[in-house]
Write a protein that binds this ligand. Structure first.
Ligand SMILES: [Zn+2]
Length: 387
């Protein structure tokens, strides 16, 4: 009774065998390389809770490791917090609220969300590896800011028109525009003199990166139907992608770009419904994007981490329709058979070398997205070896 539903993590599964060597410099780090040999190497008992774990040794590089090495919470002291924080962060709590709720420092929460973001990026990549897109795609820039309102940026999002699946996201740092007091205008000039002006082509570039990545999943004998609002940077982004493809001699689908006026009613019949809904949910479920609060992101990188968590939540964890059945967007596009919980998402550790990350995804994984005003003292995530 119930026993059949127990899903193990590598460290609780008595039958677990290591799928590959965890040492990223070992030729047997890639999964399913024939000829890999390893030996059991006793057990170790963790001091904090006296739990024991099986250890192994790679016979090629001599690295020793354990069942813990393959868990997504390896090295973490607060081990059960990762799925819990992904969950609570997706339900509208700000960093300090989460910290108070779990009696931990808010810097711990920030670190766990960053780690959750990295895991979610790899999770999305692994689960959509062989996916083929067979529906029109809506895309748009989600407007938010980092540090202060002087540093707005877009999170560019692409969603399936029918499935509502969130396929891709990139970022574009922007210049502050719109109504400003004379004082604000002066401040902007000062800041730009000190930090430089954001690239005026940021939306074009961020969108081109987004579309380039999308086109990899659209079979070339199929048209790529793209739908967006009338932002002038979008046709330029499409032309840039086509030019780039010609330059590197990559075959891509014929692109059909349809624009929809942003004045059109934002109803379910609007072709951009999927993107409008994602926008709404993102603002609703992540406190850093809610207007007129103090929960905004201090760093763009932190917002990107949360966006990675949001994407997995939207696609795999959340029901597609709140009042419908248990179908998720991932099930609608055929990359999942059932709805997942956060414990499922975080069941196993994922390794970046396995993921074939694109260049922009490498920057996200390594936290190499810098907030101009914070200068050089910004933490990046160094790829450390497992043990
Ligand atoms: Zn090895």
């Amino acid at each position: 009774m119930g026993m059949m539903n127990i899903r193990h993590t590598p460290d609780t599964d008595p039958c677990f065998t290591p799928p590959h060597c965890p040492n990223q410099h070992c030729p047997f780090h890639m999964p399913e390389v024939p000829g890999w040999q390893w030996r059991p190497k006793g057990i170790y008992t963790r001091r904090s809770d006296q739990r024991s774990f099986r250890r192994f040794r790679c016979l090629h590089c001599s690295r020793t490791f354990s069942t813990r090495t393959f868990c997504s919470d390896y090295w973490l002291r607060k081990r059960d917090l990762l799925p819990k924080i992904a969950d609570i962060a997706s339900n509208g709590a700000g960093l300090r609220q989460i910290a108070r709720h779990y009696h931990v420092a808010h810097s711990t929460v920030a670190r766990l969300i960053a780690r959750g973001g990295r895991h979610c990026l790899l999770f999305h990549k692994a689960e959509t590896k062989n996916m083929k897109i067979a529906e029109p795609i809506a895309f748009d820039g989600f407007e938010t800011f980092e540090y202060s309102q002087f540093f707005p940026f877009h999170i560019n999002v692409a969603a399936g028109r029918d499935s509502w699946f969130l396929y891709e996201l990139t970022d574009s740092p922007l210049r502050r525009k719109g109504r400003m007091t004379p004082g604000q205008r002066r401040r902007r000039t000062e800041l730009e003199a000190e930090l430089g002006r954001p690239d005026p082509k940021a939306i074009e570039l961020g969108t081109a990166t987004l579309l380039w990545s999308l086109l990899e999943k659209i079979p070339i004998d199929q048209q790529a139907v793209l739908e967006s609002d009338e932002h002038p940077a979008y046709p330029r982004a499409i032309r840039r992608v086509v030019r780039e493809a010609e330059k590197v001699k990559r075959k891509v689908s014929t692109i059909i770009h349809r624009t929809i006026s942003s004045r059109a009613a934002r109803t379910r019949d609007n072709p951009l419904f999927a993107i409008n809904l994602a926008d709404l949910l993102f603002r609703h479920s992540h406190a850093n994007h809610r207007r007129e609060t103090i929960a905004f992101s201090k760093r763009r990188m932190a917002a990107i981490s949360r966006a990675q968590v949001f994407r997995v939540w939207r696609n795999w964890v959340k029901r597609r329709k709140e009042n419908g059945d248990d179908t998720t967007a991932a099930m609608a596009v055929g990359v999942a058979r059932g709805r997942l919980g956060w414990d499922d998402v975080f069941r196993c550790r994922l390794f970046p070398v396995h993921a074939e990350l694109a260049e922009f995804e490498c920057r996200y994984y390594a936290s190499e997205v810098f907030t101009a005003t914070l200068g050089k003292r910004q933490q990046v995530h160094k790829l450390r070896m497992a043990f």
